[in-house]
Design a protein. Structure first.
Length: 639
């Protein structure tokens, strides 16, 4: 266990705890702690990044970044020093002397359920197995290859100012801060895989608490918030019904090794959020948490006088684009609807810092290139116009049936919570109506080249829909025995498919795989130790290529998703140029000079591309500098 790196994250979390006092709102100490995980790691990582832009990434940058975060937290605590003492006394009273009913049992029960699973889940994401890099979940290889590569570019590749090194020379048009934070832990003694697991683990464990406390503020009901977390975590449709005939045919032994997923199968496209988003797509952990924190503060701000909560929420949102741009957009757009129905000048305190703080990141970093996809567009511009594309892609002609099978009772419970007075004990029932745009608009337009990425909008509808569904279930549960039975039955339908997939995810016999073999780990380490951090390397654009994933070096081009998915236009052109370099041909020397290539890798991944002449050409034209385990690296004379 990399204890120094873990302790450093603890320092940032402590700073985040203190920074919550800038909100001016009374909060439980536990609430401050969970919000502090999000805010502290954001502020700390951004502080370190600003210093690293000038002085490079190292112990000094990490120390100064943490010191800046702690200094800001100390100021917040000092300005609210009377509240600080009251909070600690209240925590002690509730934990030790309060009546049992007043103690934080819902939170304790929630963490008792979610933390053991979360620790086991994230702990198997990456690990070393006899020198090879292995994963417990085959489906995260594509995503985590990019996350490893992004983090390695900061840890080993001196990627400052940040550029999309897997497509050398272009801006880093991706919310990379979660991976920067992981890379920043490497100088503290963490290995790259450990750093990714640690940073994902801290956020994954914080998220249930963040959603619980945010839900309690938005819904005005702790039971509703508790149930909402479970609805979201166990999200899935009616796929569990396929299990019944499978048990009938194969007996209960089927449960030992479930034959397939139950939320992602023919006709079911909405995969469980934990396995598909929170585990696989690391930055989504921030994307979910940031709007929750902002909306919780804003909901309380609407009931209190003064500017501080608005400004605090605006600052949190303004710092978020480099952590998750869809989360930033949601956290900025939904309150715009709230401002229309609740007009007060204090909204300036939210929108002004949110826009001003976000502007540099949006203008300088998040600049996607043109979308080359041929499709119909409104007035010939913008995203692809494709009404109902998601249901049609899965072969469903019935839009309503598609979404019922994919989400079960979620939509009926959402609508009931919004329409029936008294189910939701706050204004959230009314304020949540605009979230349906996050459901409707992405099914009219496809905003991303990669179809699955369009789910990054719909997930926010699912998130806030889970809050509404939790409110509806809590309302039913308070209606007596029949209500409890109805709530339990509805909860079973909502969560059975997701629960099956979460159970299946831990089955090592089904999911464990070698990510990069021991020879690949060794060659990536050699590249890190023996090549210039700014060297450009020609390597196969596949996610299991070790130099691509682990070395942090600049590449002619990375694998398709990591460049096409963020909007770079000329992917096909670069792939042709790479084929010319790896395969050898009349234009090889010209392409090497064009891309300033210093090294060429010839290993199993490169040979597997089938380019004619690869091995023979480079044995004749390159200087062999590494040869072990099936991997050869050639120094390029013209590089």
């Amino acid at each position: 266990m990399p204890w120094i790196a873990l302790a450093y994250l603890g320092v940032l979390i402590a700073a985040g705890y203190g920074l919550t006092y800038f909100s001016g709102l009374p909060m439980l100490s536990e609430e401050r702690l969970f919000y502090g995980v999000v805010i502290g790691t954001m502020v700390g990582a951004l502080s370190v990044l600003l210093i690293a832009l000038v002085a490079g990434l190292g112990i000094a940058a990490l120390g100064l970044g943490a010191a800046l975060a702690l200094a800001a937290a100390a100021l917040a605590v000092y300005l609210s020093r009377s509240q600080t003492g009251d909070d600690l006394r209240d925590l002690g009273h509730r934990a030790l002397r309060a009546p049992w009913r007043e103690r934080p049992w819902p939170l304790a029960l929630l963490l008792l359920v979610t933390w053991p699973y979360g620790i086991r889940l994230v702990g198997r994401a990456l690990f070393l197995d006899h020198g090879a890099l292995a994963t417990g979940y085959q489906w995260i290889i594509a995503d985590w290859s990019s996350h490893l590569a992004f983090a390695a570019s900061f840890a080993y590749g001196d990627n400052f100012p940040p550029e999309i090194f897997t497509d050398s020379g272009h801006p880093f048009a991706y919310p990379y801060m979660a991976d920067f934070l992981a890379g920043a832990l490497v100088p503290l003694g963490a290995t790259l895989p450990q750093a990714l697991v640690l940073t994902s683990g801290v956020m994954l464990l914080a998220l249930p608490g963040v959603m619980f406390f945010a839900g309690a503020r938005l819904l005005g009901d702790r039971l509703a918030a508790f149930l909402a977390v479970l609805v979201f975590a166990l999200s899935g449709g009616l796929g569990f019904l396929y299990l019944l005939p499978e048990i009938d045919r194969g007996g209960l032994g089927v449960l030992r090794h479930l034959p397939h997923e139950y939320t992602f199968m023919p006709g079911n496209h909405i995969r469980n959020v934990v396995v598909s988003f929170l585990l696989a797509q690391r930055s989504m952990l921030y994307g979910i948490a940031i709007p929750l924190v902002a909306f919780a503060v804003l909901m309380s701000a609407l009931r209190t006088p003064g500017w501080r909560p608005f400004v605090f929420a605006g600052a949190v949102v303004g710092l978020s684009p480099l952590f998750h741009v869809h989360g930033f957009g949601t956290a900025l757009a939904l309150p715009a609807f709230w401002a229309l129905s609740n007009r007060r000048r204090h909204w300036i305190g939210f929108f002004l810092p949110a826009v001003v703080l976000a502007a540099p990141a949006l203008l300088l970093e998040l600049r996607p290139g043109p979308n080359q996809e041929a499709c119909a567009r409104l007035f010939g511009v913008g995203p692809c116009l494709d009404v109902g594309w998601l249901a049609a892609k899965e072969g469903s002609r019935n839009f309503a049936w598609f979404w019922f099978t994919n989400t079960g009772l979620l939509i009926p419970l959402m609508v009931a919570a919004q329409l029936i007075p008294g189910i939701i004990q706050s204004a959230f029932a009314r304020l949540s109506w605009p979230i349906w745009l996050w459901f409707i608009v992405p099914q009219i337009w496809r905003f991303h080249y990669e179809e699955w990425d369009n789910m990054k909008f719909i997930i926010f509808w699912l998130l806030f829909g889970s809050l509404l569904a939790g409110g509806a279930l809590a309302w039913l549960a308070k209606r007596g025995r029949k209500g409890v039975a109805l709530a339990a039955a509805a909860g079973l339908v909502l969560g059975a498919s997701g629960a099956l997939d979460l159970y299946r995810a831990l089955d090592r016999s089904l999911n464990q795989a070698i990510f990069i073999n021991s020879a690949g780990v060794k060659v990536a380490s050699w590249v890190d130790l023996h090549t210039d951090p700014h060297a450009v390397i020609a390597a196969a654009p596949v996610p299991t290529e070790p130099v691509l994933a682990l070395s942090g070096r600049r590449l002619v081009i990375g694998w398709d998703w990591s460049v096409r998915g963020i909007g770079y236009a000329d992917v096909a052109g670069r792939e042709r140029d790479l084929a010319e370099i790896l395969g050898g041909g009349d234009q090889t020397d010209n392409q090497i000079r064009r891309y300033h290539v210093s090294y060429v890798v010839v290993g199993p991944e490169e040979l597997g591309l089938g380019y004619p002449g690869t091995a023979g050409y480079w044995s004749a034209h390159g200087r062999l500098v590494y040869d072990d385990g099936g991997y050869r690296i050639y120094r390029v004379a013209t590089g």
